[in-house]
Write a protein that binds this ligand. Sequence first.
Ligand SMILES: CC(C)(COP(=O)(O)OP(=O)(O)OC[C@H]1O[C@@H](n2cnc3c(N)ncnc32)[C@H](O)[C@@H]1OP(=O)(O)O)[C@@H](O)C(=O)NCCC(=O)NCCS
Length: 133
Amino acid sequence: MRPFEPADADAYLRLATAILGEPITHWYLVRLIPTLVPGSPLVIEHGASGLPVATGAARPLPGTAPRACTPPVELVNVGVAPAHRRRGLARAVCGAVVARLLTEGFLDIRVAPERDNSAARALYRGLGFREPR
Ligand SMILES: CC(C)(COP(=O)(O)OP(=O)(O)OC[C@H]1O[C@@H](n2cnc3c(N)ncnc32)[C@H](O)[C@@H]1OP(=O)(O)O)[C@@H](O)C(=O)NCCC(=O)NCCS
């Protein structure tokens, strides 16, 4: 597992296209990367090909945190290539993103899966995230 590098751009876009099931352009990355916390996104490479097959990132939420505090952050761009799912890659990449965030002092970490995304909801529940009361 390692941080995204500019040389990953084409392979990362192919991964995002496979995850989302629709064509993703370079503009997506150009807009995305500056919104993420430094060191995001993380990628997991496929051992044989060296291509990224899983990714996860974090983005500060525009918020109301006092200036001295770290802002709330949200996990974003969590996804795994369809052929590599159910092998623990999302759990691994999300765990690594969360570990980095905690090391860097981010304490308010959130996720926002769609209500009908039962796979993502189960993933986040398993990682210890709780539904807001
Ligand atoms: C959701 C997603 C990231 C899971 O990736 P993954 O690598 O298959 O997940 P993992 O193998 O790490 O699974 C971890 C846990 O998540 C849950 N989970 C994952 N896929 C699941 C599925 N299809 N149905 C139910 N639970 C699922 C399980 O609790 C699983 O633990 P288990 O295998 O011990 O039962 C993947 O399906 C994906 O890329 N989906 C499309 C993009 C997306 O929805 N991203 C999340 C946006 S919020």
